[in-house]
Design a protein around this ligand. Structure first.
Ligand SMILES: [Fe+2]
Ligand SMILES: [Fe+2]
Length: 265
């Protein structure tokens, strides 16, 4: 069964380069795509202020009118006691979404820390993650999302964006057979593969806070029984480009990626 997941990130209500035109384009494009699920990988706001969260809550309602939508916080959302508003107006800060028909599950984590840009998962949340991963049948595709980078990303400047405890998280993700990781944060789209796990970064869909020659964008994952496609979509023009594709299979009882093809950005 084909399932379509849209990953958007770094919406940044309150940011001076935020564009209502891009936001409206995005809503229209996602509506036309008719996805099964939307995942927002953090940074809905810029300073975590209540007026930014008010706008974010309206945007979220618009997405939810299209399909089920999950959100986790980013470093900007945790500024100025912003997580209070996040929990009140947006959602819980972590989640498990299981789609048995689609053969995949997504766990969302909160990597933010109040008033600092550094991110970490933390010992307690790592234990929670293990419990959630144990609930997912081994023949399903396992996807994790959190805001900060798990691995270094090109064109993001001096390295200060990786989780403080990325090594410990990486160990758990590999040991538990996680297949895909969805990150945001520095607004640079990218796909990496480490062992048999793919990390997918999303750009910013709604701002001009762009690095290098990137453009406002978001990602699409198309999942079926034997293949997964990752597409990069320009939120200004709607132009779609295939970033990667993977052959997947259940070997014994374990789901996994058996072949990969990455295209240049
Ligand atoms: Fe951001
Ligand atoms: Fe961020």
């Amino acid at each position: 069964m084909l399932k379509k997941i849209i990953q958007v990130s770094d919406i940044h209500f309150g940011e001076k380069t935020f564009s209502s035109d891009l936001k409206n384009n995005l809503l229209k494009q996602i509506g036309n795509e008719n996805p099964d699920l939307i995942v927002i990988s953090g940074d809905l706001t810029t300073q975590g202020y209540v007026n930014e969260y008010n706008d974010a809550a309206i945007f979220l309602d618009e997405l939810k009118s299209i399909t089920e939508t999950h959100v986790i916080p980013g470093n900007h959302d945790a500024r100025n006691v912003g997580l209070l508003h996040f929990e009140k107006q947006i959602s819980k800060r972590k989640f498990l979404h299981m789609d048995k028909d689609g053969g995949f599950a997504i766990v969302g984590l909160d990597s933010s820390e109040p008033d600092i840009n550094d991110g970490q998962i933390g010992v307690d949340q790592l234990e929670w993650l293990k419990d959630e991963l144990n609930k997912i049948p081994s023949d399903m595709c396992k996807i994790i999302t959190f805001h900060h980078h798990l691995l270094p990303i090109p064109q993001t400047g001096r390295e200060r964006n990786i989780l403080l405890d990325s090594g410990d998280l990486l160990r758990v993700l590999i040991d538990y057979g996680v297949d895909f990781v969805l990150n945001g944060h520095k607004h640079v789209p990218n796909v990496w593969m480490i062992e048999k796990m793919v990390t997918i970064n999303s750009g910013t869909a709604t701002t001009r806070k762009l690095r290098g020659d990137t453009y406002p964008s978001y990602n699409e994952l198309l999942i079926n029984d034997c293949e997964i496609f990752v597409n990069l979509i320009n939120s200004e023009t709607g132009y779609k480009k295939e970033l990667a594709n993977y052959s997947v299979a259940v070997d014994g009882n374990n789901y996994g990626i058996c072949a990969s093809n990455h295209n240049s950005l």
